[in-house]
Write a new protein. Sequence first.
Length: 227
Amino acid sequence: MDGNGRWAKKRLMPRVAGHKRGMETVKTITKAANKLGIKVLTLYAFSTENWKRPQDEVKYLMKLPIDFFDKFVPELVEQGIRVKVTGDIDGLPEATQTAVNNAIRDTESGSGMILNFALNYGSRTEIVNMVQKIAKQAADHTIELKDIDEQIVSKNLMTGFLGDLSDPDLLIRTSGEERISNFLLWQIAYSELVFTPVLWPDFTSTTLEESILEYQKRDRRFGGIKK
Ligand code: FPP
């Protein structure tokens, strides 16, 4: 969800005004994606590298989920949308943790889309944790070295709870940046990438649909050849 800062700067507003507006976009796109029948929408909301930002901005970003869930959970429940988090929840301020955990609890019986926030998330840290988890299981002989395969790796990543849905079909990066920035490095091995110049606060359901149309034009071969 890139481009909040630039959106605000263009309007001579403080960066946090862009994040506030970006949060409104999260609501719009969540509803639109659910309506389109998307099964999992993962939004990169805060990376393990974002702690390097000015303290005031970090503080504001940590308050956003509190505000967001406070206002939006009833609507999420109504639409059957389940909130999940991928990332280190324990490393968040206590009030943010409470808001996030309450939202997960309050929406868990939904049967619609999974709204998965990547929060305090970084893919390299995730991979290191996965290696530690598997190494421990190997040392305990809960698993044998020869049995370690791609499925076991996937299961031990933070997105393991998504099962068959843990590898995204489509990754959209907004704001004209064309890099991955430590996002789901294992999981996007065969994802289709769409880069749009649109800043996240300006991203609409039409931009989402255009990105999906672009995805639909792609020829996914997963390394094979077309029959
Ligand atoms: C990147 O834009 C955006 C972020 C680091 C924060 C994104 C968070 C939200 C949109 C709100 C999340 C809401 C919930 C409920 C968790 P940037 O600041 O890097 O923009 P720039 O590249 O233009 O400076």
